[in-house]
Design a protein around this ligand. Sequence first.
Ligand SMILES: [Zn+2]
Length: 62
Amino acid sequence: MPGFERPCACDRCGREYIVSGTAANPGNETQILADFACDCGGRVEAMIPGSVNREAVRVLPR
Ligand SMILES: [Zn+2]
């Protein structure tokens, strides 16, 4: 299955992350806004494919 990568940044401290994962149904699917917790307590938001298994998404500092 094809993967995706989305660069994003924390809305509080500006730390940059790469959100990556695998889309179960890539193509013309809807992108959804997902948010993840930064170490500082801020939020990291990224648009990810709607079919992604959220539990399998990786959020890595870059
Ligand atoms: Zn932060």
